[in-house]
Design a protein around this ligand. Sequence first.
Ligand code: NAP
Length: 432
Amino acid sequence: MKTLKVALLGCGNVGSQVARILLDDAEDLASRTGARLELTGIAVRNPDAPRDVDLPKDLFTTDAEKLAENADIVIELMGGMEPARTLMLHAIGHGASVVTGNKALLAADGAALFEKADAAGVRLAYEAAVAGAIPILRPIRDSLSGDRITRVLGIVNGTTNYILDAMDTTGAQFDDALAEAQRLGYAEADPTADVEGHDAAAKGAILASLAFHTTFDLANVSCEGISAVTADDISAAKEAGFVIKLLAIAEKLENDGEPGVSVRVHPTLLPRTHPLAAVHGAFNAVFVEAENAGELMFYGQGAGGAPTASAVMGDVVSAARRLVLGGPLGAETPTGHVPALPFEKVTTSYSIGLEVTDQPGVLAAVARVFAENGVSIETMRQTIHSDGAGTAAELRFVTHRASEAALAATVEAIKGLDVINSVTSVLRVEGV
Ligand code: NAP
C-alpha cells in the first residue's frame, strides 16, 4: 500500500482534532483511501504548549516551511493571512495538495491561490472554511452543478446566532446576551469579527463565488452586524410573527438586463415558519434555492474542533483518493466574471419602526412619503403608549420589495417630517 505524507500546520482547536483523527483512525482512513496517511509533523509556534489532545512530542516542529515542502498533503490550520498564505504557496510550489479552513485568507486572496494550485495541477480544498462541519461547498460545487442556483441564505456565524437566539428567548439586551456568550465560550473576548458581520461576509463571498461560478471580491460585500439590534426590535419582530437572524445572502439578480451578483450580510427579519427560523443556539444552516432542485437546507455545527475537523478530513480523504487513483482536480469552475451588483440596486422588503406624535394626519403624511419614493406598504401596525409626558405612537411598516436606494430616500424623507420623533429601526425582511 502506498504511503502519503501528511503535514499539519497548526495544532489549535481544529488542528489538534485533525491530528487525533489521523492517528486514531489510521486503519479506516487507509482502507477508504487506498493509502496509508502518515502524519509527518505538526508545525506550531510553541512545541511545548499544552494541547487538547495527547500527541507524540516528536511530531512537533517550528519549521513549517520544511514540513510543508516534504509532504503530499498539507493541512493548513494556523489561520490568519501570514504565514499561512506563504506556506500554502510554498506547499503548492512543491506539488502538495492543500486543505485549509482559512475563510479569511480565501475570501481575501482565494483567486490567486486557486490559480497557483490549478497551474501546479494540485488540489486546494476548503470545505471547513464555511459553516464548519456542514458539508455545503461540495454540494454547491458538485451535486448542484447541473442546476442553476438563484439564491443562498446562510446562518454562517454561530456567535451571532447564539446572541440573537438568546435575545429572542429571554428578552435580553444585546450587551447582556454578548456577555453571556463570552462567558460560555461562544464569543471571543474581542467579538468584532463576529458581531459586526465580517466573518459571515468572508463566508458569503466564498459561497457566492461557488454558487454563481464567478469570483466575488470580499470588498463588494455589504456588511452590517448585530450590535445595533435592540430587545425592542426583537420583541416587535416576535409580535409580528418574525425572528431576527444575521444572514449572509448571496443572489444573482438582473441589473439593467445584465446579471449581477449581490452578497450582503445584515440582521434580517424572517417569518417564524421559515426553516432558518428553527436554527437555534450556535448552530449554522445554509438555505439554497435552485431552479430545479427548489429549496434545500443544510444544518449542523458551524464551529468547534471536532466538527470542523470532520470537514477537513473529508477534504484530506478526497485529496488522498485522487493521489492514489488519479482523476480530475475538482477545481473551481468559474464560467466568467459576473460583476458585483451595486448595493443600492439590491431589492428586498423592509421593516421600518417609527416613534411618532399621536395626532391626526400622521399616518397619511408617512404614507405619502412612501408613495413618493415608489415604496409600497404591505402591512402597518400601530401601538399607542401614554406616560406623564403625553401620548406617543409607534408605527411599524413592512414594505413590498424595493431598492436600497428607494429605501434610503424614504427613510431620509421620513426623518424630515415634523410628526416623527425618531426612526427606531430599519431592518430587511426575507422569506415573505
Ligand atoms: P487556533 O486554535 O488559534 O490554532 C492555531 C494554531 O496555529 C496553533 O496551534 C498555533 O500554534 C498555530 N500557529 C499560528 N500561527 C503560527 C505561526 N506563525 N507559526 C506556526 N504555528 C502557528 O485556531 P483554530 O480555531 O484551530 O482555527 C484554525 C483555522 O480553522 C482558522 O483558519 C479558522 O478560521 C478555521 N476554522 C476554525 C473553526 C473553529 O471552530 N475553531 C471553524 C471553522 C474554521 P501554537 O499552538 O503554538 O500557538
